[in-house]
Design a protein around this ligand. Sequence first.
Ligand code: DC
Length: 230
Amino acid sequence: MSFIVAIDGPSGTGKGTITKLIAKEMNLLNIDTGSMYRSLALKCLKLGINTLENKEKIIEIAKNINIEIKHNEENQEVFLDGENVTSKIRTKEVTAFSSPVSSIPEVREIMVDLQRKMAENKNVIMEGRDITTVVFPNANVKIYLDASVEERAKRRFEENMEKGINMSYEETLKAMEKRDYEDSHRKVAPLKIAEDAVVVDTTSMTIEEVKEKVKELIKVQNGNSQNCEK
Ligand code: DC
C-alpha cells in the first residue's frame, strides 16, 4: 500500500520548493515529474533535435531513456543515462523544449508508467501537471497550487537571478505565458484542475504559509485514511 500526495499546477507556484520541504518534514519520497520531461528534452537537444518535426525519433529516445531520481539528505538529484543533470535540465533552452516534448502522447505514456513504478509501495509526494488527473486520480491527497502569472514570473525571475540564469523579468513572463498556454491546451493530459482537488491560491502567501496549508491538508487526509483502515 502506498500513500500518495498529488500536486499539480503551473510553473512558478512553488510546487518544487513546497514538495521538497514537506517530503523532508513528513518523511515522504519526493518525485518531481517535470524533471523527467526536462531530461528527455535535454537528451533530444544533445542529439540535435529541437523541434517536433521528427516525433518518431523523440519517442524512440523516450523508450530507451534511463532517468533516475536519487535522494540524498538535502536534495533530489536527477541522472540521465548515468550522468547527473540536476543543473543542466534548468537552462532556458531545456525549459522551453520540455513543454513540446511533453505534448507527445507516446512520451506521456512512457513517463506516466515510470512515475507509477517509482511510487509503488511507497509514501510519496509527486508534483507535475497531470498527477491529480491522470497519474494518480485516486491519490489520497489532491492539491492544485495556483498563483497569478505575474507573481509566478516574479518568483521565477528571482530564482533565476540566484542561480545565475540571465533572463529579464519581461522575458521570463513571456516564456511562462507561452508554456502555460502550451501545457493547458495540449490534446493529451492538459494541465487542469481535477474536480476533487483542493485549490490553493498562493499569490499572496509566503512559502512557509503554503507549506503549512499543504501539510494541514495532508494531515487531515492521513487521519481519515488511517481511520478507514481501522
Ligand atoms: O514543472 P516543470 O516546469 O519542471 O515541467 C517542465 C515541463 O514538463 C512543463 O512545461 C510541462 C511538462 N510536464 C508535464 O507535461 N507533465 C508533468 N507531470 C510534469 C511536467
